[in-house]
Design a protein around this ligand. Structure first.
Ligand SMILES: NC(=O)c1ccc[n+]([C@@H]2O[C@H](COP(=O)([O-])OP(=O)(O)OC[C@H]3O[C@@H](n4cnc5c(N)ncnc54)[C@H](O)[C@@H]3O)[C@@H](O)[C@H]2O)c1
Length: 302
């Protein structure tokens, strides 16, 4: 959305802002980069390139997105670093400062997939998936968070997944990484509050190369959103439209739409300080456990 006032130049929602987006050479990140640039942001487009399992590299992916943004009159610079290393995360930040002088928005979006059922899982795949998603989020956030702390704040969007928040067959490594990102975001939101650093967690669901072979998209491709169908929600998160909200999770997908997702807690049964036993949990189950009806209301699956 662009606000146009009569007799004034066109105003974008991100005018004057500098956005750093990892994994923006394709898929969701590319859509964010193009939308943010249209809304006036200068964008660092990071992508290592290569196939979705994270092997190999094709640095032209980021450059192609930058070329497309510039062709529309936008401002962007390509960064081909591997964000799963401290040097890579630092170089994304350094490029933002070197080319545009600021770091107002960070979207930790880069990701890979190496699905296996747990019994067939390998240590190498576990390490790689945790490194790109969870450590990558750490590596990119560190220099940006420190800069934001000294410079009046900013917004960071961390990409989780229903796989980590709810669970999905065959994705123990990916679910663990995405659940870890949610945990990191919860703590970061608390620590960032006094510095005006807002933290969002995103759980997207879109048809990209990462999800193209999922049965639910193969069976019903028209129910899926493309990357352009997710990007407006991320623009909402990083712009002033979302006010001072922080520490929240937004799920965004075709079948389920845009909705807040939360860890919920029952009111609970308060045991005496001592003198209670395991059977008491059975006897107070209604106060302790969610009923099927409560689960249906609050925690539906897609
Ligand atoms: N598509 C979905 O439905 C969905 C669902 C849940 C979560 N996600 C998450 O959204 C994010 C974007 O996924 P997508 O669907 O657009 O997939 P995608 O494969 O199109 O995009 C991921 C991008 O990250 C880049 N990348 C991978 N490792 C990197 C590294 N070490 N350094 C820099 N760049 C690297 C890849 O080259 C790729 O361009 C990922 O974190 C993914 O886990 C996607």
């Amino acid at each position: 959305m662009t606000i146009i006032k009569q007799g004034e130049a066109t105003m974008g929602l991100l005018d004057g802002k500098v956005a750093l987006i990892t994994g923006a050479g394709g898929g969701l990140g590319e859509a964010y980069a193009k939308l943010f640039a249209r809304e006036g942001a200068s964008v660092v487009v990071n992508d290592l390139g290569g196939p979705r399992d994270g092997s190999g590299a094709d640095k032209s992916m980021a450059q192609l997105v930058v070329d497309a943004i510039k062709a529309e009159g936008g401002k962007a610079v390509a960064n081909g670093a591997d964000i799963s290393t401290m040097e890579g995360g630092q170089s994304v930040f350094d490029d933002a400062i070197k080319h545009f002088g600021r770091a107002d928005i960070l979207v930790n979006n880069a990701g890979i997939l190496r699905d296996q059922t747990f019994a067939k899982a390998s240590e190498a795949d576990w390490d790689k998936v945790i490194k790109v998603h969870l450590k990558g989020t750490f590596c990119c956030t560190m220099p940006v968070f420190r800069w934001m702390r000294e410079n009046g704040g900013g917004v960071i969007v961390n990409t989780s997944s229903t796989s980590g928040l709810i669970g999905n067959f065959g994705q123990t490594n990916y679910g663990a990484a995405k659940g870890g990102i949610w945990g990191l975001s919860n703590v970061l939101a608390i620590e960032g509050r006094k510095y005006n650093i807002r933290i969002w967690t995103l759980a997207p669901g879109a048809l990209t190369r990462m999800t193209a072979d999922l049965p639910r998209y193969k069976e019903n491709p028209s129910a899926a959103l493309g990357p352009d169908g997710i990007a407006p929600a991320v623009l909402y998160m990083v712009s002033d439209l979302s006010g001072d909200q922080t520490g929240k999770v937004l799920g965004v997908s075709g079948p389920r739409g845009v909705r807040e997702m939360r860890m919920m807690e029952m009111e609970g049964w308060k045991p005496p300080h001592s003198g209670w036993n395991a059977q008491d949990i059975v006897d107070h189950a209604k106060e302790i456990f969610f009923s099927e009806e409560q689960i249906k209301m609050g925690a539906r699956r897609f």
